[in-house]
Design a protein around this ligand. Structure first.
Ligand code: SAH
Length: 226
């Protein structure tokens, strides 16, 4: 096992503390060993901008340009864990950003698809993931509210930006038995992290897990331009 830097070790400790403190909301006292191992494996310092490298392991979101952020490590951890992925899972992420969450998912799942709407972020995430050898991740630039119908259905879908309402295409593209993890709510006001399960009959049930703060998921078909 490779030795972790003190900062990286501290990040894992902070995540585990966060998981303990939120267990009454999430129902999870500790992370699945696969989630924890993925968080050990992925070098977060290689996903943050150079001028933010000193804060790479800080347990908070960081700006990455274009008005966007790389999510807080605890949030990446709990969203990944809530997906309950295994080695055969096919997963879709909406909001690639830096590619960090996609890299974490790729250590657990069979295949990861991720969609980003800002071309510059999509390009640099694609180059970074290739350079670091994450070869089971496929990226696309576009409107994630529409999902990725050609690659559907998915065992899990994770959305790392908040829409006001759950995009119906994402629920449609879940497999029976699949799970969607998504923050929902208005910009700058209360958002809830929701877990939406699709049962074998295609019926869904929703559980609200935590109050959260994400950048908005922008539906290009209906929203103002950048
Ligand atoms: N998961 C990222 C952080 C995401 S920040 C990481 O690990 O670094 C949220 C991202 O969602 C931003 O990059 C934003 O541009 C993107 N986004 C917002 N609306 C979107 C949409 N409709 N489709 C795809 N991406 C979207």
């Amino acid at each position: 096992m490779t030795k972790l830097s003190p900062g990286h070790r501290q990040m894992l400790d902070d995540i585990e503390t966060g998981v303990m403190l939120t267990r009454s909301h999430t129902g999870r006292e500790r992370l699945d060993p696969r989630t924890l191992e993925a968080l050990r494996q992925v070098p977060r310092e290689k996903f943050v901008p150079d001028n933010m490298r000193h804060a790479a392991f800080h347990d908070g979101a960081l700006p990455v340009g274009h008005g966007q952020t790389i999510s807080q490590p605890y949030m990446v951890a709990i969203m990944t864990d809530l997906l309950d992925l295994g080695p055969d899972s096919v997963v879709l992420e909406i909001g690639t950003g830096t590619g960090y969450q996609a890299a974490v998912l790729s250590c657990i799942a069979h295949r990861v698809y991720s969609i980003e709407r800002i071309p510059e972020l999509a390009d640099s995430a694609a180059r970074r993931l290739t350079r670091l050898g994450y070869d089971n991740v496929e990226l696309r630039c576009g409107n994630g509210c529409l999902g990725w119908p050609e690659k559907a259905p998915f065992d899990g879908i994770v959305v790392t930006a908040a829409p006001e309402r759950v995009p119906p295409a994402l629920v449609e593209q879940l497999k029976p038995g699949g799970r969607l993890v998504i923050p929902v709510g208005k910009r700058y006001s209360h958002q809830e992290l929701e877990v939406i399960d699709k049962d074998d009959n295609g019926d869904t049930s929703t559980t609200s897990v935590l109050g959260v703060a994400f950048v908005p998921l922008i539906d290009d078909a209906s929203a103002a331009p950048l």
